[in-house]
Ligand binder design. Structure first.
Ligand SMILES: [Zn+2]
Length: 390
């Protein structure tokens, strides 16, 4: 075909709605056009690229003996009700009724349908393992579609599912997929990391994400230069820099109107690393007191994995539950569940005194209060690697 007959509408100026570099370039080169928020048209050149990527995926999936199939986009609700995800998934799922009034939804993922199929068609362990995949449109009612085709409401996804004889078989299928995905991303010329991640709504014991660094991205990843450890910060663990503690007697100090770690730390001339930050959360099971070192931030996803959905307590709730105003909470003497970040386990700290305008010095974890010890803080640059110490 002659170029003069093609539809490749390039643009001289960058359209004002585009912020991400990829979005600007795709628009200017005539690869995509936006129909509405989060809905894009792939123009002839854009679609050619898509088909090339699909061809790479199909070749690499064939190498691990995966079989391609195609599932419907429109699903009956009962299949999703059976697994509990009809109510478990919120507004991101597009829901509708057919002409008879039957509840239906548009697929945002296909575990339910794949297992429905497997439960009917796999009649003996002898046919296992089976790896089934599809390259199919998915729909997700994103609250804030953005960055061109990076976060959209209708997108094409390759999703693959393995059915295995046992745990070992699952491990083997997992490794095959890892290898296939490495080859796919390498062949596409991407710089990428395989990072440990939260399985989230997919469930399961563990998960990995393949992440390509981008200034338009929304996730943060912790990387170790020495051993290659890579994890989404939602679950990454790091070793906090060590702190030297001075032995101090347990004593109250007057801290009028000093509430935040920063205010008290400046007032007393002690580094935030010597403070216990006490935060009250309200979970479905009741109030939970969360403790962190003063120089650390809470990673809320880590807390949610332990106690389910939760939210910070209101001022009124803090007063009712702990008998003290926010800003002066200490971990001592409470009868509610207490979960503490393990970076706090050793040392001598300053915390709120459970009394307005007072803090206490010389607080010893394990002696002055007890807690469930776990990893709760957000890793940050400069922490040491949890795998190699680098
Ligand atoms: Zn490391």
């Amino acid at each position: 075909m002659r170029f003069s007959r093609t539809c490749v509408p390039t643009l001289r100026e960058t359209p004002s709605e585009a912020e991400a570099v990829s979005h600007k370039l795709l628009l200017r080169a005539g690869y995509i056009r936006q129909l509405a928020a989060g809905l894009y048209i792939f123009m002839p050149l854009g679609w050619k690229v898509m088909e090339k990527i699909n061809a790479v995926i199909r070749e690499e999936m064939a190498r691990i003996d995966a079989q391609e199939l195609l599932l419907p986009l429109l699903h009956p609700a009962d299949i999703w009700q059976k697994t509990g995800r009809w109510s478990g998934i919120g507004d991101e799922m597009f829901r509708l009724k057919d002409r008879t009034g039957r509840d239906m939804c548009l697929g945002m993922t296909h575990e339910e349908i794949m297992t429905w199929l497997a439960s009917r068609e796999i009649r003996s362990y002898k046919v296992l393992p089976q790896i089934w995949y599809q390259i199919q449109t998915k729909l997700r009612d994103e609250a804030r579609p953005k960055s061109g085709i990076l976060r959209i409401r209708e997108f094409i996804m390759k999703d693959s599912y393995s059915f295995d004889r046992d745990e070992n078989g699952l491990g083997q299928s997992y490794r095959l997929h890892e290898e296939a995905y490495h080859r796919i991303f390498e062949r596409c010329g991407l710089k990428f990391y395989q990072v440990e991640s939260d399985p989230g709504m997919m469930g399961g014991a563990m998960a990995h994400e393949f992440m390509a660094p981008s200034p338009a991205g929304e996730d943060d990843v912790a990387l170790c230069d020495s051993c290659g450890y890579a994890a989404n910060v939602e679950l990454a663990t790091g070793v906090s820099p060590e702190t030297k503690f001075e032995d101090q007697p347990f004593e109250e100090v007057h801290t009028p109107q000093k509430r935040t770690v920063r205010e008290v730390s400046e007032f007393l001339g002690a580094s935030p690393a010597y403070f216990i930050k006490s935060l009250l959360f309200i979970a479905d099971t009741g109030p939970v007191l969360v403790l962190l070192r003063g120089d650390r931030e809470l990673q809320e996803k880590k807390l949610q994995r332990l106690i389910g959905t939760c939210r910070p307590a209101l001022k009124k709730e803090v007063l009712e539950t702990l008998g003290v105003e926010p800003g002066f909470i200490g971990p001592m003497g409470h009868k509610i569940r207490i979960i503490a970040d393990k970076a706090l386990k050793e040392g001598v700290y300053i915390s709120g005194a459970n009394k307005a305008d007072y803090h206490v010095r010389g607080v010893r974890p394990g002696k002055d209060f007890d807690a469930e010890w776990t990893d709760l803080h957000m890793v940050k640059g400069g922490d040491r690697c949890c795998k190699c110490g680098g």
